[in-house]
Design a protein around this ligand. Structure first.
Ligand code: PAF
Length: 281
């Protein structure tokens, strides 16, 4: 594995791989790698010969009251994990390399960011799309892999690639969970033991909705009530939303069908967690 910190070095390495006839597969991350990220790497290996990972904690996607300063970081551990998982090129730029002074353009979504995470975190998805567009421009991958856990992000990235005619494929890989159901997330590291136990209510609520749907309940509002009721069994967990939405527009559905997404976000102590499940997947 080579580790580089400049855009010029990424371009040189990628050009060499391409000249050797390799397809470029890309996994963008903010580091503090866990099995969820590493599953994206495994998927990238299935899709392309030369696998590039970026690690960059992108200041543009954090709001003024969010956790940028305390976002967990582990550069040495990340590098070891990336190397063990067969990453060919690790890109770890500084904020100055990514955002030199004089920046004039950002990528701002027009739709798909008005609800859910976008409503609660104003400007977040403009920050995500801007950095992802830049990373795509730098790495020029044939395919990029995103996690299903951040499904609104993946949906917006797909929309950006479509609407801005970017020449790459987007693959969304399933969420990796602990054996007790907790979706892997770098933010799980903030949870105290008692909070971690309470956080299981998110995946329990999603599973309860899936069970009800498989049992024949299809009305979106009724399924939402099932999710809300399960969330209420942990009063210390404060839900931001529980919703059943269509996979393209992320709008609430009247009736749930195969492919409808159950979405949840909640605060557990000081930590905000999100999770989702695709019905019938
Ligand atoms: O999902 C993430 O870790 C980030 O939002 C991403 C896609 C790397 C952009 O900073």
């Amino acid at each position: 594995m080579r580790t580089v910190a400049t855009i010029a070095d990424v371009r040189a390495q990628v050009a060499r791989a391409r000249a050797g006839g390799q397809r470029i597969a890309f996994v963008p991350t903010m580091g503090f790698l866990h099995e969820g990220h590493l599953a994206l790497v495994d998927e990238a290996h299935r899709l392309g010969g030369f696998v590039v990972m970026s690690i960059f904690v992108n200041p543009l996607q954090f709001g003024p009251t969010e956790d940028l300063a305390r976002y967990p970081r582990d550069p040495a551990g990340d590098s070891a994990k990336a190397e063990r998982r067969g990453i060919h090129l690790l890109f770890t730029p500084s904020a100055d390399e990514m955002y030199p002074p004089g920046r004039a353009v950002t990528v701002v979504p027009r739709r798909l960011d008005e609800r859910w995470e976008g409503a609660i975190r104003p400007g977040h998805f403009a920050g995500v799309l801007t950095v992802v567009a830049k990373l795509f421009g730098i790495v020029q991958p044939d395919v990029a892999v995103f996690g299903q856990k951040d499904i609104q992000q993946a949906t917006l990235v797909r929309a950006m690639v479509r609407d801005l005619d970017m020449n790459l494929a987007i693959v969304v890989a399933p969420t990796v969970r602990e054996s007790d159901g907790l979706a892997l997330s770098s933010r799980n590291s903030y949870l105290l033991p008692d909070e971690r136990r309470r956080a299981l209510v998110l995946s329990r609520a999603l599973r309860a909705v899936e069970r009800a749907w498989r049992g024949g309940m299809t009305v979106g509002a009724e399924l939402t009530r099932v999710g809300d009721k399960e969330l209420a069994t942990e009063p210390a967990v404060r839900p931001d939303y529980f919703a059943l939405v269509d996979p393209d527009g992320l709008e609430p559905v009247g009736r749930a069908t195969t492919g409808t997404i159950a979405l949840v976000a909640a605060r557990v102590g000081a930590t905000r967690l999100i999770d989702n499940l695709i019905l019938g997947a």
